[in-house]
Design a protein around this ligand. Structure first.
Ligand SMILES: Cc1ncc(C[n+]2csc(CCOP(=O)(O)OP(=O)(O)O)c2C)c(N)n1
Ligand SMILES: [Mg+2]
Length: 609
C-alpha cells in the first residue's frame, strides 16, 4: 500500500479539498477560520499549505461566520457547503448557536473546533472546561445535541473513518445537518502514514429515495378519495429541486399550493397554483383553503407551529394529513399518513398514478382579495410627517426589486411581513425561520451572495438584530461581496413589544425607551455601518429608500440604507392563531382578558396522532 506521511491536519485538509459535488466543483467550497490555540498551529499551518486549492476566509465572530456558511449551503440547495474552524473553548462554543440553527433547519455545515490535548499532558490548558466527574468532557461536548454527527479526533488515523461519515451525513437528504469534528490540538500536529487511496477524489451524489410501494398506494388512494386537497410546500421542495414537478403536478390535478417560510418561492408568487403563504404569517387565501381542506398534503415540511397555526388551522373535522418527506421523523408527525420519499420522485410517482384525476380549484377571488390586501399595506405613504410602517418599507424594496432579487432575513418584524406580503420571484426568497436567529441576517446575506453571485441579495434587518451581530459586514467589505442591507430602525424589539401587548403585558424591556436607562439610546447606524467600510446612507422617507436602493445597487461593497419606522403597526389581514403561553393568573386586567381569548383559541386546536 502506498502511503504518504502527513500531519492529521494536513491530511484532513487534503481530503476535504478532494471531495466533489455532482457538478465537479469542490463540495466544501472553503473554510471560515478564526485561529487561536487549538487550531492555529495544526490546522492553520495545513490550511496555509493548501490555500491555492482550498480557500480560507477570516471572519469576525465564530457564530456569524458559521451563519455565513449555513446560508451558503441553504442558497446552494444543500448541494455545496462550507466548513468552519475555531480555537478551543470560547471560539468553539460561539458556534453552538449556529450549529443549533443548522440542526433545526436541516442544513449542512462542517464544524471543526479545536479541542484540548488528547494526551492531557499540559492539563488544564487555557480555556479548558474541567468536568470534575468525567475526564472525556470538553467544551465541545456542547455540540453533541446539535450535531447530526459528532466525533472527537483523538488519534491521527481517526479521520480516515470520521471524514467519510461527516460527508455522508451532510449529503444525506434525510439526515442532513451540522457535523462537528472536534479536533484535539496535539493530534492535529501528529504525523501518520496515510494510504494514498484515502485522497482519491470522490463525487458525492445526493440520492433521491423512492417511495415504499404500500405507502405510495395508500397515498394515491387518499388523494383519489379527497374532495378538497391542498399541498403545503416546505423547504424540502426546494432542496429536492422539485419546483417544476410541483408546478406541473398542481396544475395537472388542480391542487392548490400554499407555502411555508422555507418553501416560499418554490413557485413564483403569481403562479396560478400558488395560493400564497400559509399559517400564522400567512395569507387569507392560503389559510381559507387550509381551513376547508379535507386532505392536507405536506410536501417537504416539518409542520412547525407557524405553519399549522399551532394546529388550529386545519379546521375541517374530516381532514387527513398526508406527509411526504424524505425524513421518516417528519413524515409521521401528528398521525400523518406517511410517504417517505424525495419530494420530486414522490410527485412523479403520484402523478403517474393520478392521470385524469382533477379537483376543482378554490375560488380565484381568494387570490385577488389577498392581492388587494397586500397592495394596500405596501403602497407608498402620502407625504407627511408620520413614520413609515415596515410594510411600506417592504413595498419600497419590492418596487425597487428585479427578477434577480433574493430577499432575506431571519428575526424580528420582517420574517412575518415578508412571508405575508413579499411577492417573490421563483427562488427569490431566503428566510431562516427554523431558529429565527437574530444576527443571522448580515452574515447570511454574505453567504447567499457567495453561493449566487448573480443574485441581487437584499438583507432586511431590524435595529435589534443589527446590534446583535453586524461585524461580518466588515468581512463582506474586505472580500468585495456586495449586497443591500435595509435597516428598519424602530428603536427596539418591535415585534416582541407587539407580542407582549397582544398577550396583555405592559410595554416593558423591548423598545429602548421602555427599558431601564439613564441616558436615552440613540444609535447612529449610518456612522456605524460606514465605519466598517459599507456605503451607508439614511433614507428620510419611503420614496427616498426606493430611490436609494436602485441608485446604490451594483457597487463593489455592501450598501446599507437606514430608515426610521413605526414600531407599532403590522399587517392585520391574513394570519391565524399562534399559541403563546399567556399567564393563568395575573393582577393585570389586560392579561386576564388575553387569557380568556387564549382559552377560546385552545378549543380550536386539534392534535392528531
Ligand atoms: C438570538 C435571538 N434572541 C432573541 C430572539 C427573540 N426575538 C425575536 S425578534 C426579537 C426582536 C427583534 O428586534 P429587531 O431586529 O429590531 O426587529 P423588529 O421586531 O423591531 O422589527 C427578539 C428579541 C431571537 N429570535 N433570536
Ligand atoms: Mg427594531
Amino acid at each position: 500500500m502506498k502511503t504518504i506521511r502527513l500531519t492529521a491536519a494536513q491530511a484532513m485538509v487534503r481530503w476535504l479539498a478532494n471531495q466533489q459535488a455532482e457538478d465537479g466543483t469542490r463540495f466544501i467550497e472553503g473554510i471560515w477560520a478564526i485561529f487561536g490555540h487549538g487550531n492555529v498551529a495544526g490546522l492553520g499551518e495545513a490550511l496555509h499549505g493548501a490555500r491555492d486549492v482550498f480557500p480560507t476566509w477570516r471572519g469576525h465572530n465564530e457564530q456569524t461566520m458559521a451563519h455565513t456558511a449555513i446560508a451558503y449551503a441553504k442558497a446552494s440547495k444543500r448541494r455545496k457547503v462550507m466548513a468552519v474552524t475555531t480555537s478551543v473553548g470560547p471560539g468553539a462554543t460561539n458556534v453552538v448557536t449556529a450549529a443549533a440553527l443548522a440542526y433545526v433547519n436541516r442544513l449542512p455545515v462542517l464544524i471543526i473546533p479545536g479541542d484540548v490535548f488528547a494526551n492531557r499532558a499540559p492539563d488544564p490548558v487555557l480555556q479548558q472546561v474541567e468536568d470534575f466527574a468525567d475526564g472525556t468532557v470538553s467544551a465541545n461536548d456542547c455540540f453533541r445535541p446539535v450535531s447530526r454527527y459528532f466525533d472527537r479526533i483523538t488519534r491521527p488515523e481517526h479521520i480516515i473513518t470520521a471524514l467519510p461519515r461527516a460527508l455522508r451525513v451532510m449529503t444525506d437528504p434525510a439526515d442532513c445537518g451540522p457535523v462537528t469534528l472536534a479536533f484535539c490540538q496535539d493530534v492535529q500536529a501528529e504525523a501518520y502514514d496515510y494510504p494514498e487511496s484515502f485522497f482519491t477524489p470522490k463525487v458525492w451524489r445526493i440520492r433521491r429515495p423512492e417511495p415504499d410501494q404500500a405507502e405510495l398506494e395508500a397515498a394515491i388512494a387518499a388523494i383519489k378519495a379527497a374532495k378538497k386537497p391542498v399541498i403545503v410546500a416546505g423547504g424540502g421542495v426546494i432542496y429536492s429541486g422539485a419546483e417544476a414537478a410541483l408546478a406541473s403536478f398542481a396544475a395537472e390535478h388542480g391542487i392548490p399550493v400554499v407555502e411555508t417560510q422555507a418553501g416560499k418561492s418554490a413557485l413564483a408568487h403569481d403562479h396560478d397554483m400558488n395560493f400564497g403563504p400559509v399559517g400564522v404569517t400567512g395569507s387569507s387565501s392560503a389559510n381559507i383553503v387550509c381551513e376547508g381542506a379535507d386532505l392536507v398534503i405536506g410536501l417537504g415540511t416539518r409542520f412547525q407551529d407557524f405553519t399549522t397555526g399551532s394546529w388550529s388551522l386545519f379546521k375541517n373535522p374530516a381532514r387527513k394529513i398526508l406527509a411526504i418527506n424524505v425524513q421518516a421523523y417528519d413524515a409521521s408527525k401528528h398521525g400523518a399518513m406517511s410517504l417517505v420519499a424525495d419530494a420530486r420522485v414522490a410527485l412523479e410517482r403520484l402523478g403517474a398514478a393520478l392521470k385524469g384525476v382533477r379537483f376543482a380549484l378554490p375560488d380565484a377571488k381568494l387570490k385577488s382579495e389577498w392581492a388587494a390586501a397586500k397592495a394596500a399595506v405596501k403602497a407608498a405613504p402620502a407625504a407627511g410627517n408620520e413614520l413609515p410602517t415596515d410594510m411600506q418599507v417592504v413595498g419600497a424594496v419590492q418596487r425597487a426589486s428585479t427578477p434577480a432579487t433574493v430577499v432575506m432575513g431571519a428575526a424580528g418584524t420582517m420574517p412575518g411581513e415578508l412571508h405575508k406580503i413579499w411577492d417573490a420571484a421563483q427562488g427569490g426568497y431566503h428566510m431562516e425561520y427554523g431558529f429565527s436567529c437574530m444576527g443571522y441576517e448580515i452574515a447570511g446575506a454574505l453567504g447567499i451572495k457567495m453561493a449566487r453571485p448573480d443574485a441581487d441579495v437584499v438583507c432586511m434587518v431590524g435595529d435589534g438584530s443589527y446590534m446583535m451581530a453586524n461585524s461580518e459586514l466588515a468581512t463582506a467589505v474586505m472580500m468585495g461581496v456586495p449586497f443591500t442591507v435595509v435597516i428598519t430602525d424602530n428603536r427596539g424589539y418591535g415585534c416582541i413589544n407587539r407580542l407582549q401587548k397582544h398577550t396583555g403585558g405592559a410595554p416593558f424591556n423591548n423598545l429602548l425607551d421602555d427599558a431601564y436607562h439613564v441616558n436615552p439610546s440613540a444609535i447612529d447606524f449610518v456612522a456605524h455601518a460606514g465605519s466598517m467600510g459599507a456605503r451607508a446612507v439614511k433614507a428620510g422617507s419611503v420614496a427616498e429608500l426606493e430611490a436609494k436602493i436602485v441608485e446604490m445597487r451594483g457597487g463593489a461593497v455592501p450598501s446599507v440604507i437606514v430608515i426610521d419606522t413605526d414600531p407599532m403597526p403590522s399587517t392585520a389581514a391574513g394570519g391565524t392563531w399562534w399559541e403563546v403561553g399567556v399567564p393563568e393568573v395575573s393582577v393585570r386586567e389586560s392579561v386576564r382578558a388575553a387569557r380568556v381569548k387564549f382559552e377560546e383559541n385552545k378549543q380550536k386546536q386539534s392534535i392528531d396522532g
